[in-house]
Structures are given as C-alpha cells and as structure tokens.
Write a protein that binds this ligand. Structure first.
Ligand code: 5AD
Ligand code: SF4
Length: 437
C-alpha cells in the first residue's frame, strides 16, 4: 500500500482542503504515514498570505529534496495558495517537485498524470470541490459554504489565489451536515472568506436557519464575516438562533480611517463600532475577536494610536495581529513599504501588550461562572484529562472523566482558574440547564 503525508500551513480553508485531499487519497488506496520518509506521496499545502509563511515553505521544501534523492519513487506535490500564485516558477526553482496544484483543483490529486504537472485552472465547476473529507476530530467539522473572495482588500492575495466568490448549493451543504450528524458530529463551522455574501437559492441567514433546524446539530459557527456586509439580519440571528454560538470573528485591521481607506476595506472605524454596539445590544456577552495589521504603508504614529484606542474602546476577547507584509501582485504592493521593521515590531508589541491585558481581564470575569462546553477530546495540557470549548470559543481544560463527559457531549462546568489562552474548570453534575456564553 502507498503511504501519503500532508503538511499544512495557513488558515482553516487550507486545513479543510488538507482533510479533503486526505479523503480523496484514501479513496484511491493510499494510507496515511506519520513520517514523511515512510510515504510515497508528500503533499505540502501552502499559504502565501504573508511573506513569512512563504519563506517557511521554501525552507521546508529543501528537506524533501534530500528524501527524494534517497527514495526515487517519492512524489512531491505542492498545493494551496503558493501553488496557485507561483505555478511553474515552483518547478523552475525546485525541479524535484512533481506537481503544483492550486486550491481550485484539489479534486485532481487522486488522479495525477505526469503529462500535466501544473494544475492551476481557475474555471472550475465548484461541485468538483465537494469531496468527502477525512476528519481527524470526531466532534466538530469544517464545512465549505463558499469559495473565493471578491473584496480585493489592497494588501491581500486571496482574491488572486482562490478566485472569485462562488457559493455552494444549499441542499449539498445541508446533506453534508446531515450525514455528519449521523456519525456523531455536533458542531459545524461554515467556511467562507465572506460568508455574508453567500448566495445560492437562499441567503446566508436562510442557510443558518436550515442548519438550525437539523435536529442533531448542536452548535453552529462561521468564519469569516466582512464588517461592511455584516447585516442587521445576521446580527439578529445570534439572538434568535439558539444553536448559533455567541462568537464572531470580525476583522478590523486598523483603527485609522485613512489606513482603512488605503486598505480598501470599505468601512470607517465609526461604522465598524456601530456594528459592535449592535452585536452587544442583541447579545451582551458575545465574544468578539479580530485581525489587526500594523505597519501598513504610510501608517503614522497617529494612525497607530488610533488602533490602540480602538482596542481599548472595543475590548475584544482576542486578536490576531500581524506586521504588514508586501505581497507581489496586490494593489498595496504599489505603495512604498515605508514603515521600518523596528517601528513595525514596536507597534506590534504595543498592540499585543494592550490586548493581553484586555484578554486577561475579560477571562478573569469568567471565574466562578457556570458555562456550557462541548467536550472535544483529550487534554493536550498536563494534569488535565479533557479539553472542550465554550460557545464563545474559549478553550477549557477539565479533569472529571465519567459517562457524562464523553467526547462530543455538551456539559456545564464551573470556571475555577483563568489564563490568557485557556480556562480551567470543574464539571457540574447537574448539567441539564446549559448556560449560554
Ligand atoms: N500582511 C499582513 N497581514 C495580512 N493579512 C492578510 N494579508 C496580509 C498582509 N499582506 C492578515 C489580515 C487578514 C488575516 C487572515 O491575515 O489581518 O484578516
Ligand atoms: Fe483578503 Fe479582504 Fe478577501 Fe479577507 S475579505 S480574503 S482580507 S481580500
């Protein structure tokens, strides 16, 4: 039997693409190898969102060259966003790579033909991407609802690597979710670069309602919503749909209107803030996370202070913060990358320090609260048996291990200690009434 090994970089879209590639390979008789050296096929699923991710890929690639000289029948396949963007250049730079396959062509992985080594066509029928995924976690599943992005934020490669927005047919999504509930899955994260532009025979909120109505679905999440399109209807859904978890990831990027304009984000800070107020008006305890880019071209100290002010004002539950990274082919690549690296580092530190204090304080407020968690599996932290997540998407560790705390169960716990990135809790026997948070 032939072995395969997949190395995944990047976002949840890539994580899910890797699950689909694994599903397809197993259908074609491959088995997963823990070690790359034991496999006949190595897939490197790449990310090009920032230069650092791209550099990491090229440095890893060198390692597999050595393996290939030892093992002549080994095939190396590069998939993901770098594959789409760089295409043939990858093979020119690393001739030992056998195939380069873009994210819209992963369905071809099971049937590779050496006559065509670069598979990056953009004119695909998206139903070819509805592939049975091999999922490693048995409680929660990622589900594609749309592919691509039409927003063209000036710094971002995604519209170039994943193409224009295309929505999956709602009945296909519903069937996939129903099938997974039969296998015990409880939580579903709907994936799209901008889920609020989902449009098939129904819109995104109508799709949520259909999923809410599937009996064995316990929790629904989605990633990501663009602030400019976050509708009142969707905000209201957080209150009205009992299975939609009270967490939203809403990328702000900057607190300065000048920078937001240059980023082509199509909203002002004030408009963003209004949506936050509205979300909290409907669901006061909603957990809100965001993305911030620091050091965008022409960002002054004043712009940076506006971002710090925004963090202070909004009090996010958590942020992902990045130094601006120039991406060839994007609109902002025409702007001079003129914030020097020391300033970018300092600004990033200031952003992270402030947010760390806010996250610590927000988590401390959860101490002694009774919360509902979905048990996901064994703890990766010593001294704890289980790991679960709150509806607000916070990681919770706990010890009790009995029939009620089997993987996939939803139980109530009491929060005993809080940390920046996790909470520690005790199981409560009376788990009948779940507390939403
Ligand atoms: N430089 C830095 N960060 C970036 N992101 C996207 N493109 C870039 C870039 N060129 C960040 C944004 C986005 C997240 C997924 O990655 O914050 O929301
Ligand atoms: Fe990139 Fe903007 Fe699309 Fe997000 S919305 S994927 S940041 S272009």
């Amino acid at each position: 039997m032939k072995g395969y090994h997949i190395i995944t970089f990047g976002c949840q879209m890539n994580a899910h693409d890797s699950e689909k590639i694994a599903g397809l390979l197993e259908l074609n008789g491959y088995v997963e190898s823990i070690e790359p050296k034991d496999s006949e096929l190595i897939i490197i699923n790449t990310c090009s969102i920032r230069k650092k991710a791209e550099d990491k890929f090229f440095s890893q690639l060198g390692r597999y060259k050595k393996l290939k000289t030892k093992k002549k029948d080994l095939k190396i396949v590069v998939t993901g966003c770098i594959a789409q963007q760089e295409g043939e250049r990858i093979i020119k730079r690393a001739p030992y790579v056998d195939f380069v396959i873009g994210p819209q062509n992963i369905h071809l992985v099971g049937n590779l033909d050496t006559n065509q080594r670069i598979l990056t066509s953009e004119n695909i029928d998206i139903s070819t991407l509805s592939i049975d995924a091999k999922r490693n976690i048995q409680t929660k599943a990622l589900i594609n609802i749309m592919y691509g992005c039409n927003n063209f934020c000036s710094y971002c490669v995604v519209p170039y690597t994943r193409g224009r927005e295309k929505s999956r047919a709602s009945n296909e999504i519903i069937e996939e979710i129903k099938g997974l509930t039969l296998n015990g899955y409880k939580e579903f994260t709907l994936l799209g670069q901008n889920v609020n532009s989902y449009k098939s025979d129904i819109n995104f909120v109508e799709l949520l309602k259909k999923i809410e109505d599937i009996e064995d679905v316990e929790r629904i999440r989605f990633m990501t919503s663009h602030p400019k399109d976050l509708s009142d209807e969707l905000i209201k859904a957080f209150k009205d749909f009992s299975k939609l978890c009270e967490h939203i990831h809403l990328p702000l990027q900057s607190g300065s209107n000048k920078i937001l304009f240059l980023m082509n984000r199509k909203y002002t800070y004030e408009e963003y803030l209004k949506k936050i107020y509205k979300l909290r008006e409907y669901v006061p305890d909603i957990s809100i996370t965001t993305d911030i880019i620091t050091g965008f071209p022409s960002e002054t100290e004043e712009d940076h202070l506006l971002t710090l002010k925004a963090l202070q004002e909004i009090q996010f539950d958590g942020i992902f913060s990045f130094k601006y990274s120039l991406r060839p082919g994007t609109k902002s690549a025409f702007y001079e990358d003129n914030v020097d690296i020391n300033t970018k580092n300092r600004r990033l530190n200031e952003i992270n320090q402030l947010q760390d204090e806010i996250t610590d304080k927000k988590n401390e407020l959860l101490k002694n609260n009774k919360l509902e968690i979905l048990i996901e599996g064994p703890s990766d932290k010593p001294n704890f048996k289980l790991m679960g997540r709150t509806r607000g998407n916070k990681i919770v560790y706990l010890n009790s291990h009995n029939n009620s705390t089997s993987y996939g169960n939803i139980v109530n716990v009491i929060i005993k200690h809080t940390h920046r990135h996790s909470l520690e809790a005790e199981y409560i026997e009376d788990s009948n009434s779940h507390t939403r948070l």
